[in-house]
Write a protein that binds this ligand. Structure first.
Ligand code: FEO
Ligand code: CA
Ligand code: CA
Ligand code: CA
Length: 577
């Protein structure tokens, strides 16, 4: 490569072609290897994975969980500790004893509960690459029955009290763990997204007005989304336990250095369908956490701590005492963070923490095209959010009115979400005023509008940095590495036809924040979403998550498809981020 060509691109690889097959592809000069699959043992007493039936219920809490999602790696005293979410389960694969994957017994329910949540595991690199250190004292499974502590303004509130926990401060389990985050003090943040789907009703929904309105806004209904927990585990039956759903939908903090620690649910950061949590430290030391609520027409949030982060100092208030804000985007490409307070919302502090969506609607937040991952650029004072798509943006309902989110906020097109029936998605970027993430104001632009210039000539062609060589749709996962490269992962339509022709399977691309150039780095197997990205401490390995493949990945013909984390390295062992 000439010096000029090197200057023209910050990428150390050539972009790869779109793929439609059942495996992973990376650029020339790189290779990948499976690190861990759903069902692999974290402990030597774990049951062996059966090629036809998977893992039995007994011991299902001793293996890597299913459907890997957000993850972060922590170096604890020189040891590499990987913490990874398991978002949900493919019930038809997990319950081969049932007709359609609907749990038919308490045992079936327990198996699904055990496969979800968070896996903590020590990993190490040997001659054969990376592998899990089975039986490491750091290894741990956190699942739908793991004891949690609740803190913040909603802790102890009547709406969080249940028969099993009259204090309203101790709950069981973390749910639908989607994206991740990490604090400056070395803890893991797991983000509860579609928690509503685990609940159902055996004898009707509660009639209390406030509770019913909350169910409406958060999508809790009689049927749930197929887990059928409520038929066999009364905790998930809202007929008898109407407050249990109020104990889910939070940011949960986990200490990866202590397998006996109790995870903490931080209600101060709000209750919604949390995608991820992107933390940074403002110039004065206060902690900022950006968060998205992934549902059509929902919002983007910012947490600002009251106290400052002091390395080695007391961190106990940093995610419980402070102010939650919601984003308002103006058409003139400015924006503001609107504080959610009793004065601005007419709700008390506990209600703001429990019914955060309602509070945000009250202050006039901007409806967004499904905010997925947010990433803070460590090399510039700016942040990015993947707005994955919104099939209903700008649509009119049967009565001619514009469609709304579940809170009645209109989803007309607006400046950061400019396309009706937005099937491709976009990434919005903002730069806080005064170069300070604690500022109330910001300027914003669109880093990329995904689209397809081979099919469309209008706004659906996408922005100028989209071309035949890097076509993609539905940006979702995102991390920005220490060199400032934006790694974008997709969770979209992989049909490779029609509006999606030439895009191939879901993928991971690298973006240059300055030039806007985007290159395709990795393609996933057919059916899979590429989600979750972290690095080894020496930055010579990147770990990438492959969720819900439908090809028999990674074991090949005849094997069950298994979500997996793959380790990607450069063949010359140089840095990968
Ligand atoms: Fe679990 Fe919004 O992705
Ligand atoms: Ca996601
Ligand atoms: Ca998604
Ligand atoms: Ca997913």
């Amino acid at each position: 490569t000439t010096a000029m060509a090197q200057q023209a691109s910050r990428f150390a690889f050539e972009g790869i072609a779109a793929q439609t097959d059942g495996t992973v592809h990376v650029p020339e000069g790189y290779s990948w290897k499976t690190l861990v699959r759903w069902g692999d043992p974290l402990f030597s007493d774990a049951p062996e994975f059966d090629a036809a039936n998977g893992i039995p219920t007994e011991g299902s809490d001793r293996v890597m969980g299913e459907n890997t999602d957000g993850m972060e790696l922590f170096n604890v005293g020189g040891r590499e500790i990987l913490v990874v979410n398991s978002e949900y389960t493919n019930n038809d694969v997990n319950l081969p004893n049932t007709e359609d994957g609907t749990p038919a017994s308490a045992e079936d329910v327990l198996r699904l509960q055990n496969f979800q949540g968070v896996s903590v595991m020590e990993i190490a690199e040997g001659e054969d690459g990376w592998s899990v250190v089975v039986d490491s004292p750091f290894n741990r499974r956190i699942h739908h029955n793991t004891p949690m502590r609740i803190d913040g303004p909603a802790a102890g509130h009547d709406l969080l009290k249940t028969e099993a926990d009259p204090t309203g401060t101790e709950s069981l389990g973390t749910f639908n763990n989607c994206g991740s985050g990490r604090t400056p003090w070395g803890t893991y943040l797991t983000c509860e997204e579609n928690f509503n789907g685990y609940f159902g009703a055996t004898g009707g929904l509660p009639s209390d007005e406030k509770i019913a309105a909350g169910y409406e806004r958060y999508g809790i209904n009689e049927e749930g989304s197929g887990y059928n927990y409520h038929a066999f585990d009364a905790r998930f039956d809202v007929t008898t336990n109407p407050n249990e759903p109020h104990r889910a939908g939070y940011i949960v903090e986990i200490d990866p250095s202590d397998a006996s620690s109790t995870p903490v649910k931080h209600t101060a950061l709000g209750r919604f369908k949390h995608e991820n949590a992107a933390a940074t430290v403002a110039p004065d030391g206060r902690v900022v956490v950006y968060m998205g609520d992934d549902e059509r027409g929902e919002f983007m949030y910012k947490w600002l701590s009251r106290d400052v982060y002091v390395p080695g100092g007391d961190t106990s208030t940093l995610l419980s005492e402070g102010q939650l804000y919601v984003a308002k985007f103006n058409d003139d490409m400015t924006g503001e963070w609107l504080a959610l307070t009793p004065e601005t919302t007419g709700m008390d502090a506990a209600e703001i923490a429990i019914f955060t969506r309602t509070a945000a609607s009250a202050v006039g937040a901007t409806t967004m095209d499904r905010p997925e991952w947010i990433a803070v650029n460590p090399t510039a004072i700016e942040a990015y959010c993947c707005l994955t798509n919104n099939s209903r943006r700008g649509e009119t309902a049967d009565d001619g009115s514009i469609r709304t989110n579940a809170g009645g906020d209109e989803m007309a097109t607006n400046a950061p979400n400019p396309r009706a029936t937005n099937e491709y998605g976009q990434i919005v970027r903002w730069r806080p005023h005064e170069d300070n993430h604690a500022s109330d104001g910001f300027d914003w632009d669109l880093y990329v509008m995904a689209g397809n210039p081979t099919v469309h000539e209008d706004a659906y062609a996408g922005s100028e940095n989209v071309n035949e060589g890097n076509l993609f749709n539905s940006p979702d996962g995102m991390q920005i590495d220490s060199s400032g490269i934006i790694w974008i992962q997709t969770d979209g339509d992989d049909s490779n036809e029609g509006d999606f022709a030439g895009m191939g399977n879901n993928q991971m691309l690298a973006g240059d924040p300055v030039t806007g150039e985007i290159r395709r780095f990795l393609t996933g197997p057919k059916g899979a979403e590429v989600t979750g990205l972290t690095w080894s401490s020496d930055r010579r390995t990147m770990f990438v998550g492959i969720q819900h493949p439908d090809a028999p990945f990674p074991d090949g013909e005849g094997a069950l498809p298994r979500s997996a984390i793959v380790a990607v390295k450069r063949d010359d062992n140089a840095l990968v981020g």
